[in-house]
Design a protein around this ligand. Structure first.
Ligand code: GAP
Length: 513
């Protein structure tokens, strides 16, 4: 199965099993907006819990807040979002379709890279065992030509973006003869800046003074509450404030399912430190956050750092943790050293003194900030895509299994009477009544036991518990494990401890050190 086919399969699986639905589907959907279904919301809540507890509960110097989505409009001037939260857009005059100019160029570069790789594969086929890829890439004229072209276009694109030169971006699109994927025409408008914030009106007056924005990041709700939390929580630097919440961006190019949405959730933490110590903390948070990802056990090679060469105006260091999604390595989390830019600007724009008196140095200062910012929906996609598996079984059957980390599984156990009679449902219900106080469980008595196992495999349930006639005599049940498909007899009284051990978050936290 190609990566593209796999991606399509998991999107339909997510819908078929109640994880994710397109928003407003009965009205033909709303682009780049999705709803989480009955199982999706459970998985999402478990991811949130893993993040929240790892950040807030396990760190004595990090506390959480939940700030409002609507905020004073001046906040977005202070943060730079009104002036600079833009993407360069371009329209095709024939199809009337709108694109991000840099994405058109990135797609063009990806195609060139594909051609380059095809040349390499040709070489591999031709030379067989003796093939030396490094040498081939360094000497083959077709590959070298392609590489030079890629590097030249990339250099021009980066220069144009850095200089904010919209004309140069358009000229490059024309020079590369990029055509609209819909109309096939090269009839482009000028490139314009497009602000990504959604705006709306506060109250009943619809003039400019009432314009407010849906927050494009949760971070600003933390910055403007810095003094409130520091004073009421008697927090001492270094300390952090964490928050999980919705963010909104009017993305021009919204695609790749829940990877790029117009309404999404972020899990952000701002860590306030002494000026001059930010690099030490930046390095520490890079390590800490990568360890959090890896503890999930989705595969060490699924993650990599990508250091930013071009820094945002407020940052003195920044990197992404990238994940190997079905469409390649892409940003999952950002770690930014944001200096004193945000607090400093809020001090300027609000006219309020936002400083911290450091009892150790006897000085007052505007703290520096290390931010960790991860998309909840992207984490969902990372976990889901790594867990999704179509498996050929020894008996010739096929199964789809979600190999989710057990702590994140939406349903922890399914309780099933072998048949719907002879007192088996009653005993199964008794087990269900006991387990549901601790775990999200499903009761299932429909269809053959094999079909019921498949249903639970497909939603990632770690345990299937079958009650049979013997259970009535020895009060033992058959427990079937999702990944190994092994079965064992377990006393009913031992079920709770067995499940608790397997699905506990503690196991994940212990890996964090
Ligand atoms: N406060 C910093 C900030 O917002 P960002 O890199 O723009 O930084 C942080 O966003 C994270 O939010 C990203 O790493 C990504 O996981 C998630 N994210 C950003 N835009 C998104 C979108 N349109 N859809 C889904 N997730 C998004």
């Amino acid at each position: 199965m190609t990566q593209e086919e796999l991606f399509k399969a998991l999107i339909s699986h997510a819908k078929e099993y109640g994880f994710i639905f397109p928003s407003s589907e009965i009205y033909d959907g709303l682009s780049a907006v999705y709803d989480y279904g009955q199982l999706g919301v459970e998985l999402k809540n478990n991811i949130k819990k893993y993040w929240w507890d790892a950040m807030v509960r396990l760190n004595e110097n990090i506390v959480g807040i939940d700030s409002a989505i609507f905020m004073h409009p001046r906040i977005w001037e202070a943060s730079g979002h009104v002036g600079a939260f833009n993407d360069p857009l371009i329209d095709n005059k024939d199809s009337k379709k709108r694109y991000r100019a840099d994405v058109l160029l990135e797609d063009y570069l990806a195609k060139l890279e594909e051609k380059e790789n095809k040349e390499v594969e040709k070489g591999r086929r031709k030379f067989g065992e003796a093939f030396d890829e490094e040498q081939f890439r360094a000497t083959n004229p077709n590959v070298l030509r392609q590489r030079n072209k890629i590097e030249a276009v990339r250099a021009k694109m980066v220069a144009a973006l850095e200089a904010n030169d919209l004309k140069a971006l358009r000229d490059l699109i024309i020079e590369c003869e990029i055509a609209c994927p819909i109309s096939g025409s090269k009839n482009w408008t000028d490139v314009r800046q497009f602000n990504l914030m959604f705006s709306t009106q506060l109250g009943s007056v619809s003039d400019e003074s009432g314009t407010i924005y849906l927050r494009p990041e949760t971070a600003q709700g933390i910055f403007v509450n810095f003094l409130n939390v520091q004073k009421t929580g008697r927090m001492k630097i270094p300390f952090g404030i964490a928050q999980i919440g919705k963010a909104f961006r009017n993305e021009i190019v919204a695609r790749q399912f829940i990877f790029r949405m117009r309404e999404f959730e972020q899990m952000e933490m701002q860590f306030f430190v002494r000026p001059g110590e930010e690099m030490k903390w930046y390095e520490q948070w890079k390590q800490t956050r990568l360890a959090w990802h890896k503890a999930l056990g989705l595969g060490e090679d699924k993650y990599r750092y990508h250091d930013h060469e071009k820094l945002a105006h407020y940052a003195n260091a920044a990197c992404d943790i990238e994940f190997d999604f079905p469409f390649g390595f892409k940003e999952l989390e950002g770690i930014h050293s944001r200096t004193d830019f945000d607090l400093g600007n809020h001090q300027k724009f609000s006219g309020r003194k936002i400083q911290y008196f450091d009892p150790e140095t006897n000085e007052s200062y505007v703290p520096y900030v290390i931010e960790t910012s991860i998309g909840l929906d992207r984490t969902f996609l990372a976990v889901y895509s790594a867990a999704y598996c179509e498996e050929q079984l020894a008996d010739g059957e096929q199964r789809v299994v979600l190999r989710l980390p057990a702590a994140l599984s939406p349903v922890k156990a399914a309780v099933m009477p072998l048949v719907k009679k002879d007192g088996l449902p009653e005993l199964a219900r008794e087990i269900m009544r006991d387990l549901k106080f601790d775990f999200n469980c499903q009761y299932d008595e429909k269809d053959s036991i094999g079909k019921r196992y498949r249903r639970q495999d497909a939603i990632g349930t770690p345990f299937c518990i079958t009650v049979d006639h013997q259970s009535l005599e020895d009060r033992c049940v058959t427990v079937r494990h999702r990944d190994s498909m092994n079965q064992e007899r377990v006393p009913i009284d031992a079920l709770r401890a067995m499940i608790a051990d397997e699905v506990s978050f503690r196991k994940l936290f212990e890996k964090l050190g």
